[in-house]
Design a protein around this ligand. Structure first.
Ligand code: CP3
Length: 345
């Protein structure tokens, strides 16, 4: 099969045959085929079973006609190999039973052995690649050090990440040790995903938008840069942050190929502020995908128009698909972006 290369073309800033589209959490509970597989299983059980994991990825790609798949995993999974215990609670998110808050706790973290600790992820990648049969590229991913540190320290999802920021300010040595350990883990984990065949990687720094620009520089950016550079000359790298507007230039400075931005920034501003250094992924509000109809179509038109002549645009949502979203709204978004950006149009 000839691969639909639009996603990789856009990552490489070559002009694609149409603007590629994919959605974060495209394999999720809004999709009937996913709910059928999930039943009462925890999400981690699906991720640890290569047959089920590969099935939900491919079901989503087929249901939506998107231009890329993303491996079915969770950002928390490799932390198990470091000795962090967690559960993912429905409608809450990750809950860590042994939060990591002191220097001793940081020092006692284990080193991840990717093939031993998360071998099921790589088996899942191979099974997924086989089922995709080269139809579309497969995106691998990892959580970024700040966002993972946030879950490890807080122990549960938190809006302001107060404990995390307090560790940064009051115990910089503990903070930097934790960030170094996570950077080492993520670098090894992503390298293994690449060696098992993923075509691109996305680094999820979902919650780092809560930092000031100067704190991002002092406490985070060097680690992100190290991870990005570890993949130099390898596969395209996408940087994701929710609430990304205030740190956009700094994210671009860490060396990704593509910046995923949310709806709080006009995409024309994202293009202007990143000065053509990176491609831009985004940035429909997930609530507009939920609402559908004319409001959704109007905003899609605006995003496409403001990205005209920009070969590095990947159309996506600013964050994950919401649970009550009608799959048909996403299918309509895909059709509309494809039709209005097709070079044959
Ligand atoms: O198609 C896909 O994108 C699915 C693969 C995927 C999952 N998690 C599976 C999952 C990906 C890329 C993730 C990444 C992830 N996990 C992030 C970064 C992206 C982001 O949203 O910012 C984060 C922060 C997590 C941690 C996490 N896991 C949260 C906040 C939740 C939501 C809890 C809930 O019930 O709403 C999860 C659970 C989770 N991971 C779900 C999925 C499909 C939803 C629960 C389910 O379907 O069983």
């Amino acid at each position: 099969m000839t691969m639909n290369s639009t996603f990789l073309d856009a990552c490489n800033k070559k002009e694609p045959a149409h603007t590629p589209v994919w959605f974060m959490r495209q394999a999720g509970r809004y999709l009937p085929s996913y709910r059928a597989v999930k039943g009462n299983r925890p999400v981690t059980e699906i991720a640890k079973d290569p047959l089920l994991a590969s099935q939900v990825v491919v079901d989503a790609v087929k249901a939506l006609d998107v231009d890329a798949g993303i491996i079915f995993a969770d950002i928390m999974l490799p932390l198990e190999g470091m000795g962090v215990q967690f559960k993912i609670e429905e409608n809450v998110g990750p809950v860590v039973t042994n939060p990591i808050r002191t220097l001793d706790e940081v020092n006692s973290l284990k080193t991840l052995s990717p093939e031993e600790d998360v071998g099921y992820i790589f088996d899942g990648i191979e099974a997924t690649l086989q089922k995709l049969d080269d139809a579309v590229p497969l995106i691998g991913f990892s959580g970024a050090p700040f966002t993972l540190a946030g879950y490890m320290i807080e122990g549960r999802p938190s809006r302001d990440l107060e404990l995390t920021k307090q560790m940064m300010y009051r115990e910089p040595e503990t903070w930097h040790r934790l960030m170094s350990a996570l950077t080492k883990m993520i670098t090894a984990y992503l390298a293994c995903q690449v060696s098992h065949g993923v075509d691109a990687v996305q680094l999820f720094d979902s919650w780092v938008g809560c930092l000031s620009p100067s704190d991002y520089k002092s406490y985070v950016s060097d680690y992100t840069r190290e991870i990005m550079h570890s993949l130099d000359g390898n596969v395209p790298r996408i940087h994701f942050c929710a609430n990304s507007s205030s740190l956009l230039e700094q994210f671009a400075d860490t060396g990704p190929d593509v910046l995923s931005v949310d709806w709080r920034v006009q995409i024309s501003d994202a293009w202007r502020r990143s000065e053509g250094r990176v491609g831009i992924q985004g940035n429909l509000d997930p609530v507009l995908a939920l609402a559908g109809g004319e409001a959704m179509r109007r905003e899609i038109g605006r995003i496409v128009e403001q990205s005209k002549g920009r070969p590095g645009h990947i159309f996506s949502l600013g964050h994950g698909v919401l649970r009550q979203t009608e799959p048909e709204n996403l299918r309509e978004a895909v059709r509309l972006v494809h039709e209005t950006t097709s070079r044959r149009a």
